[in-house]
Write a protein that binds this ligand. Structure first.
Ligand code: SF4
Ligand code: SF4
Length: 247
């Protein structure tokens, strides 16, 4: 696979150079998509999101590349301790793939930046750049009643990573709606009554869905600012069994 990806990088380098000379025709992105497919083996596991103007001017990047890693066992209901362990392992594998993408971007001289995923330690538990916001705006899924990203195919059984980068990529421009409907499995699963049961929509405030301070206080912590969710609500979500890829 390495040799195959190297060939793709060589093509990406050449196509990107041509792209700069001829203005964008997405040929460089086409090759980047081939590289992404070779790494993730499922085209629903990556996409491109717009970013706001402030972040553009701060980073010099034009959009976000969102990549997703499904849990190794989609059917398993992980206990919180098992979940942390599995998530840490998955995080390492995801970082390896992200490092390969960075390497390709370096070789192609495409600027990128990695936004921090950890929330600020200000009691608000909000990161400067929301990975789940980017995943929604990449057209990969919606937000569930527990304020967690729901992928159209893998539900809440995955982790998200983002890379800001300076390439004219085809960001998703469509609208996104919740598909939770009458389901309230996650709401009932929360042992601390943190979830209101309201359905997410683009204009809703986080506070209307979840008492995030209560969730943070009741869930385990891993140092200042690092909230580890107890994961009961995520484990209750069965959306991965629906696999509705209509978006
Ligand atoms: S459990 Fe049901 S309500 Fe909660 S996020 Fe999943 S689909 Fe939506
Ligand atoms: S992470 Fe735990 S405490 Fe927070 S909403 Fe989900 S089930 Fe409730």
């Amino acid at each position: 696979m390495i040799r195959c990806v190297s060939k793709l990088v060589f093509r990406l380098y050449n196509e990107t150079g041509r792209q700069k000379r001829e203005s964008c025709d997405f040929s460089g992105v086409k090759i980047l998509n081939e590289i992404l497919y070779s790494l993730f083996l499922d085209e629903t596991l990556y996409g491109y999101s717009r970013i706001d103007e402030d972040l553009k001017s701060k980073t010099g990047c034009g959009c976000a590349l969102v990549t997703l890693m499904p849990f190794p066992d989609l059917e398993r209901v992980y206990r919180p301790d098992e979940f942390y362990k599995m998530n840490e392992e998955l995080s390492k594998k995801h970082a390896c793939k992200t490092n390969q993408i960075k390497k390709y971007l370096d070789e192609c001289r495409i600027k990128y930046a990695a936004p921090p995923a950890a929330p600020n330690n200000d009691g608000e538990y909000r990161a400067d750049f929301s990975y789940k916001w980017a995943a929604v705006h990449a057209g990969l899924g919606f937000i569930g009643k527990n304020d967690v990203f729901v992928h159209y195919k893998y539900g809440q059984r995955l982790r998200i990573s983002c890379l800001l980068f300076d390439m004219d990529a085809p960001v998703y421009r469509g609208t996104v709606e919740s598909k939770c409907g009458d389901c309230d499995r996650c709401v009932k699963a929360c042992p601390y009554d943190c979830l209101s049961g309201k359905e997410w929509h683009g204009g809703i405030r986080r506070e209307e869905l979840i008492d995030y301070r209560r969730c943070a206080a009741k869930s385990k912590h891993d140092g200042p600012g690092q909230k580890r969710s107890c994961c009961y609500c995520m484990m209750a979500c069965q959306w991965h069994k629906v696999s509705d890829m209509t978006g």
